[in-house]
Design a protein around this ligand. Structure first.
Ligand code: HEC
Length: 405
């Protein structure tokens, strides 16, 4: 472990050279076939933690501080080192922006302009807002007043696009606001990122509002519709637009269509009062009036379910989708996007999904073997512990797990 002690203390130019020649020596040994495994010392581990979280190398000072925290023979812990790395603005402006951007469009594209959905994710993680409220809270993050940005607008994305174009820092520049105050949506109509302008533009536009549900499942419960397909539940809430004998074949309905629509249609009822108006560019909310998209193609099956309000019911609490781990303290039905967002956000699948996404983002690979899965389970337990739902803690734990040995 001589190599470890040498590199750990190098901080003058001279020692740097010693380290460099030592590296050459190690390389030589490797080539000669002596050392089978090169282990990473605290300095390498600290650097890896910083690179993975902030996407850039640390300053020498920060690296030294992190190295001391990572070193098991000194006070502090590797988790502290990870939190130190997250004090770098790039964690917010690059890592978290890239983490959330794909959730805000149908293509899963990371290269989209900053928007209110992304900024709200970044802000909630920065401020350690319990992340299980992501799909239900009356919350939004905007750029601070003194940044000279155009005001938040319900009709366009200029506020956020300018924030990004001007290279402003989200670590210091984002401010938490009450979403209903900023957008004018009634308080009870807000549902976290689901009712941001960006989400509405991507998922409430045209269609039947099932897209909002599907993409929320994909991005936040890590399950696409094929994975929750269950043909054994009551199909009584399937809307009229779903033909019961597509192509004249009722078996297709019973074996295929029913599998998704039985569960999805009664949940997507929660969005019955929302639409995205492409002409004016803003979200619409019509309390008490079901959007006409819920009555598309009624002739396909006139005996189908007629949406009359924004009630929702979770049939997936029964059958195979019980494994998504619904909160037994909740009734499994309600009205509107907020309570449905709480239903999703408090499921085991939601927590597991956030942890797996973080693991992948930080470790640059999905969890693979039994050891990884054990780690993921520990991280889920720690994420949900005491209702904290701290994403920062999850990022820190992933970075430490993947710092190398
Ligand atoms: C794997 C899950 C799944 C299966 C199986 C499925 N659907 Fe769908 N269906 C969806 C989703 C998700 C949407 C919403 C698509 C969107 O708007 O992005 C949808 C939308 C629809 C719509 C609304 C029109 C539209 O295109 O938005 C109709 C009608 C429909 N499905 C009929 C059917 C019929 C008929 C079958 C069987 C032949 C079927 N679906 C099978 C998931 C499924």
């Amino acid at each position: 472990m001589k190599y470890r002690t040498w590199t750990k203390n190098k901080n003058s130019a001279g020692q740097e050279m010693v380290a460099a020649c030592c590296r050459l020596l190690t390389l030589g040994l490797l080539v000669a076939g002596f050392a089978a495994t090169a282990s990473a010392g605290p300095r390498e581990q600290a650097k890896r933690i910083h690179d993975r979280l902030a996407g850039v190398p640390p300053s020498e000072l920060v690296l030294q501080q992190m190295e001391a925290e990572v070193d098991q023979f000194q006070a502090g812990s590797a988790i502290d080192a990870a939190y130190r790395a997250m004090d770098n603005p790039n964690f917010y402006n690059i890592t978290l922006k890239n983490f959330a951007a794909p959730w805000t469009n149908r293509a899963g594209d990371v290269f989209v302009p900053l928007n209110d959905y992304v900024a709200t994710v970044v802000g909630m993680i920065r401020d350690d807002v319990p992340f299980n409220t992501l799909l239900s809270a009356d919350i939004i993050y905007v750029g601070a007043n003194n940044l000279g940005l155009p005001a938040y607008s319900n009709n366009n994305n200029d506020h956020y696009a300018t924030l990004e174009a001007n290279g402003l820092d989200m670590m210091t520049g984002l401010e938490r606001r009450v979403q209903s105050n900023v957008t004018g949506l009634p308080q009870q109509a807000t549902a976290g990122v689901v009712t941001t302008r960006a989400a509405a533009e991507a998922f409430f536009v045209a269609g039947t509002n099932r897209a909002m549900f599907r993409f929320t499942m994909v991005n936040h419960l890590c399950n696409d519709m094929e994975q929750v397909h269950d043909t054994n539940l009551i199909p009584d809430r399937i809307r009229k637009d779903v033909s019961r004998s597509p192509g004249g074949d009722s078996r297709l309905f019973l074996n295929s269509c029913i599998g998704c629509h039985t569960g999805m249609d009664p949940l997507a009822g929660a969005y019955a009062y929302y639409n995205f108006n492409e002409t004016s560019g803003n979200i619409e909310y019509t309390p008490g009036v079901v959007q006409s998209k819920y009555f598309n193609n009624e002739a396909n099956f006139p005996g189908g379910y007629q949406t009359t309000d924004d009630s929702w019911i979770n049939y997936w609490r029964e059958g195979q989708n019980r494994y998504l781990g619904w909160d037994p303290a909740r009734p499994g039905n309600g009205n509107g996007a907020r309570t449905m967002g709480e239903e999703l956000g408090n499921s085991d699948a939601f927590a597991a999904c956030q942890v797996k996404k973080v693991f992948r983002a930080v470790c640059l690979r999905p969890p693979e073997d039994a050891t990884d899965r054990g780690q993921v389970n520990q991280m889920i337990a720690s994420f949900t512990a005491g209702g904290r739902y701290s994403m920062k803690q999850t990022f820190a734990e992933a970075a430490v797990y993947c710092m190398g040995q």
